[in-house]
Write a protein that binds this ligand. Structure first.
Ligand code: NZQ
Ligand code: ZN
Length: 393
């Protein structure tokens, strides 16, 4: 077990009707003028936006709004948000939506805290943030875990560059999670979300060291729970209990809990997927499903004990055989699970067909974004990344 820091300052309000507490929570965290940030309209159509505004009005808290965040959120809208917030003297960022809206809000919040410098420098990793205005969310999709995480992922659309910046400064003040709000999601988004949730824990599970029994047991329980409830929601999207299980799992999977004591995690699948998302604008979770099996087949021999444990404890493999055989059965079972919820297991099933030049470019960019290498289960360099992309075609 390694030493660790576990920092989760986000207050969680969970359950039916909690969105009506938004005004009270903003007041509690001393917001006086709020930017309500949202996406392409689901929160308008559902009436949620009006309820949030009413809740803020009730507390006498001023607000302006900015919609238009797209999945794989754009830097260009972040700049627009910074300008608007400066003009309107906004002091609190309220994201009403999913990971994309929360990340766009975090990026605006970084930009406002240091208005004389280009916020994109953070994503290029040429400097660190000095500050970040308070951010909070009313979550409408269980997936990215951004509602409690220290991550922020932004795409510069002008050159399809998708980059992450991690910093505890952006950890949200509060997260309002009403599972009922996720009922309107298309099944593809629900299932992509479930894949992403699982991946946040799997990235922390497939490591070379520092594993704690308690952390592993929580991780395995979380993975089994999400798989079970993803299947339930595939057949019965209105099932509240399943929505709730998945929603709470989304936060626990990415707030650091399932990484306590380990070596920081692997995160190669995420870095490989970010290039697919940048170049082809794919849904993040579906992109992860399309790359993970190839990553797993490429690295499993280097982390065999973990893959065997995963096959046994998560995927329920009971067969006899060599460790390699058991590990491979675990990977196959994962692919079967993805198929059972209509998720892809390669890029072709995902609907993208990169040319050899594009594959090369993704590997090049991934190596650049990771500073040359990435991974714990197996450390990957550009040549390894290239091979995994080729396997995943
Ligand atoms: O824009 P609207 O109209 O709201 O539609 C959204 C969007 O099209 C829709 N949606 C959300 N809630 C809905 C709904 N539709 C109907 N009913 C609802 N209740 O779902 C679509 C996807 O939304 P998005 O916010 O993009 O989903 P998600 O939460 O999966 O976020 C994905 C983004 O988060 C990043 C990803 O890379 C991607 O850019 N990530 C952020 C992380 C973080 N900050 O910690 C970690 C993750 O690994 C991930 O990289
Ligand atoms: Zn993710």
């Amino acid at each position: 077990m390694f030493n660790f820091s576990y920092y989760t300052p986000t207050e969680v309000l969970f359950g039916k009707g909690t969105e009506n507490e938004t005004g009270r929570m903003v007041r509690k965290y001393q917001g006086t003028k709020v930017l309500i940030h949202y996406g392409s309209g689901s929160v308008v159509r559902s009436g949620l936006l009006d309820r949030i505004k009413a809740s803020l009005d009730q507390e006498g808290i001023g607000h302006v709004e900015l919609g238009g965040v797209v999945p794989n959120p754009h830097l260009e809208l972040v700049y627009e948000g910074i300008e608007l917030c400066r003009k309107e003297k906004v002091d609190f960022l309220l994201a009403v939506g999913g990971g994309s809206v929360i990340d766009s809000s975090k990026a605006i919040a970084y930009g406002l805290a240091d208005p004389d410098r280009d916020v994109w420098e953070l994503f290029e990793h040429t400097r660190k943030a000095n500050g970040c205005l308070p951010v909070a969310s009313v979550l409408t999709i269980a997936a990215a875990g951004s509602e409690m995480s220290n991550s922020c992922v932004i795409t510069r659309a002008s050159d399809n560059n998708k980059r992450a910046y991690d910093d505890d400064l952006s950890r949200p003040k509060f997260a309002i999670m009403n599972p009922e709000l996720t009922v309107t999601l298309p099944d593809y988004q629900t299932q992509s979300g479930c894949v992403d949730i699982m991946m946040h824990t799997m990235e922390r599970y497939f490591t070379q060291g520092g594993n704690m029994e308690i952390t592993d047991t929580i991780a395995e329980g979380l993975l089994r729970t999400v798989m079970k409830n993803a299947r339930i929601l595939h057949a019965d999207p209105a099932n509240y209990e399943a929505r709730a299980e998945v929603m709470w799992s989304s936060s626990l999977a990415h707030n650091g809990l399932t990484g306590c004591g380990n070596d920081g995690g692997d995160f190669s699948s995420h870095m490989l997927e970010h290039e697919m998302g940048g170049m082809f604008d794919v849904t993040h979770g579906a992109g992860l499903a399309a790359i993970w099996p190839s990553w797993a087949r490429y690295v499993y021999r280097d982390d065999l004990d973990r893959f065997v444990r995963y096959a046994r404890n998560v995927m329920g493999v009971t067969d006899e055989g060599t460790d390699e055989e058991i590990a491979l059965k675990g990977i196959e079972a994962m692919e079967a699970f993805y198929h059972s919820i209509d998720m892809p297991v390669n890029m072709s099933e995902l609907g993208i067909h990169p040319t050899p030049e594009q594959v090369e470019e993704m590997a090049e960019r991934c190596a650049l974004a990771t500073g040359g290498s990435q991974g714990s289960a197996k450390v990957l360099h550009k040549e390894d990344m290239l091979k995994i992309y080729q396997m995943a075609l």
